[in-house]
Design a protein around this ligand. Structure first.
Ligand SMILES: [Zn+2]
Length: 89
């Protein structure tokens, strides 16, 4: 394996428009926000859970890509939403 085309899903998410996916390594349930779904279909990315994604990244030694502005916006919106008791990660 030379190039890793993966995107890591959140274990759970309350970001509007999030959709459930399955980790392609271990079968865990993960969620992708709309920006993640778009990246996935544009680049044909494999969806992995955080654990499998980190394991793969440490094996390959390749750095993670930066978050896109859309992803950062969603994360900030979610993190600052006035909904106590709901944890995006
Ligand atoms: Zn996994």
């Amino acid at each position: 394996m030379s190039e890793q085309n993966i995107i890591i899903g959140a274990p759970q998410s309350s970001i509007p428009g999030s959709r459930p996916f399955t980790c392609e390594d271990c079968g865990a349930d993960v969620h992708l926000a709309p920006s993640g779904q778009q990246l996935r279909s544009e680049r044909n990315l494999r969806v992995l859970c955080l654990r499998c994604g980190l394991a793969l990244a440490s094996e390959s030694g390749e750095p993670f890509e930066r978050l896109t502005p859309e992803q950062i916006e969603e994360i900030v919106e979610e993190a600052t939403a006035p909904r106590p008791g709901i944890h995006p990660w």
